[in-house]
Design a protein around this ligand. Sequence first.
Ligand code: BG6
Length: 491
Amino acid sequence: PDQPKTSIVIFGATGDLAKRKLFPSIFNLYRKGNISEEFAVVGVARRPWTNEVLREKVCEAVTDVFDVEQDKLDRFVNHFNYLPFDVTGKESYHELKKQLTQLEGDYNIPGNRIFYMAMAPEFFGTIASNLKSEGVTEANGWTRLVIEKPFGHDLSSAKKLNEDIREAFNEDDIYRIDHYLGKEMVQNIEVIRFANAMFEPLWNNRYISNIQITSSEALGVEDRGGYYETSGALRDMVQNHMLQMVSLLAMDPPIRLSTDEIRSEKIKVLRALRMVNGEEVDNYFVRGQYGPGIIRGNEVPGYRSEKNVDPNSKTETFVAGKLLIDNHRWAGVPFYIRTGKRMGLKSTKIVIQFKELPLNLYFNKNQKKIHPNILIIHIQPDEGISLVLNGKKVGPSGETTPVQLDYSNDGIDTVNTPEAYERLLLDCMLGDAANFTHWDEVELSWTYVDEISKGWVTSTKQIPLYDSGSMGPKEADDLLGKDGFQWWPIK
Ligand code: BG6
């Protein structure tokens, strides 16, 4: 494909996201030749940095991740400029406009502009409306907005934010980031499902018994206590990443691989989610909060002793849920999800458990029932798929034994590498929004999640503590146990 030619304005250029993800990602795109010399980055933030300071920081951020030759790096960082910025002051926008016009001349960029919001969400609306009113969005080429989570903190705040940004940008030009959609194996879900004759025909309630999605983290809240107290695992992980994985697993095949077609299939899944109302919430969702415990031999404190966390906090750091999708394909098949902090390990996996055969004549050792067929999609840290089948145990016993076929994506551990961001940035430059969330998806997922939050407000059920380093509270096991299932172990 053509190398996109664009300027990128990063709001929040002094922040953590810019440093950890965006600078290394842009560098990698440059190094691989995905973008040409015809690009410029303007970093803006409150601090009184200079171009030199920003360039220095970009160098550090890049060399933290990659081995680079100095002259390549020097050439790269020359494309970066810094602008001290007051998001509420018109002057700043005039200055930004001037700089962009200048850079577009210097680097021969045809007026394409990406505005990347990588800062505190309370300013997103103000920035968008000032960009428009001060004419910064009037460029000769296209203008696109990339916006980080959290996209609101419930439906009404998300609506408000959306209205604000829609004043300045069309829906088609808004790229709402869900970085899970940039992960290799999340993108692979669609291919595994729709490029294999042996899965798609079985991918429904006739053959699938249940689906389990686990995204566990070993880290606690670190220094994000302030944010996390207002969010909890439900808003932080379920509203976005978990529901996105559910919709990719459950969607019907798109008629073609275009942004609109893929999104419209995902949206239909979210519309079919059975709402969990009021008192029902405790039958479908389990919360937990981490207590102290031991992770890899180290003692770690409980959530309530973390920095910026209320010592009586009722914030959930773990959620497990049972989701039902009321359509022809999925009626009756539970989708179980669980996610939490300070669990035993960092891992994201999807387990698809197939139904038992109508008549089975075979047994495992000691007359034990045969293992169900399961397909495991390993999202991270390892990437690959495993398929558990049944075979004959070698020898005369007549027993069967589970046989596991493993495929693993070669190579590097992808946790925390900039790859997801790199991909998403390039997609945005190329105008491909398939791996970004449409407003309708945001709206539907908040609608679903808000009902659960509401149910929790009135629920009298205590939030169970779970030991740090465990797989969550016992209640999460009971959630499946009462349906006759269990969580497949995650390694
Ligand atoms: C973010 C959440 O969206 O996703 C974090 O805000 C969480 O709390 C992170 O740690 C997990 O992402 P990943 O890519 O490390 O699984």
